[in-house]
Design a protein around this ligand. Structure first.
Ligand code: S3P
Length: 176
């Protein structure tokens, strides 16, 4: 597929299990720009894993660190950044990302997400709970923010290559 010159950073949002990191890596390779993963940035900055941060400090500490690093790094990067599933915490963050780059929502049904997350051991928000129910609740809470993205891709039944190509197709229209 013909490449596209992307002039602003791309922020991939969506629930845990939506494929943000895999798609983000593919997308970055396609546009020949760097890839960043916000979860990895937080882990490096904190020098511990996300489960450890939740365990040792609690969720609100994690969210504050996530917000600070996202606001800071989003202004410094060129390329693609995969966000965490809960990164769109408030309207200020959504507005900031939309003014800084393209906000993209990888939308998936609760059942598709739950299926992919069945064996996930590294996501503190899912531990010890009914995964489908938990995913539905989080989706209900987060939908109002996810749905404000510039670009939404319905990912159910699509492979990551196709998802990356769909994003590029839409960007080609917007960036030209
Ligand atoms: C979270 C999603 C995770 C990670 C943390 C919290 C969430 O990222 O940031 O466990 O609140 O949905 P992924 O979406 O990359 O799994």
């Amino acid at each position: 597929m013909k490449s596209v010159r992307v002039t602003q950073p791309l922020f991939l949002s969506g629930m845990m299990g939506a494929g943000k990191s895999t798609t983000g890596r593919l997308l970055a390779a396609k546009i020949e720009q760097p890839f960043y993963d916000l979860d990895t940035i937080i882990e490096e900055e904190e020098a511990r894993s996300i489960p450890e941060i939740f365990e040792e400090e609690g969720e609100s500490y994690f969210r504050a660190a996530e917000q600070n690093l996202l606001i800071k790094r989003s202004q410094e990067i060129k390329g693609v950044m995969a966000l965490g599933g809960g990164s769109l915490q408030n309207q200020m963050i959504v507005d900031h990302l939309k003014l800084t780059g393209w906000l993209i929502y990888l939308k998936a049904s609760a059942s598709a997400l739950a299926k992919r997350l069945e064996s996930s051991a590294d996501r503190p928000l899912l531990q010890g709970r009914d995964i489908l129910q938990r995913v539905e609740t989080l989706l209900d809470e987060r939908r109002e923010f996810y749905e404000q993205a510039h670009i939404t891709i319905l990912t159910d039944g699509m492979d990551q290559q196709k998802i990356a190509d769909e994003i590029l197709k839409k960007l080609r229209m917007y960036e030209s």
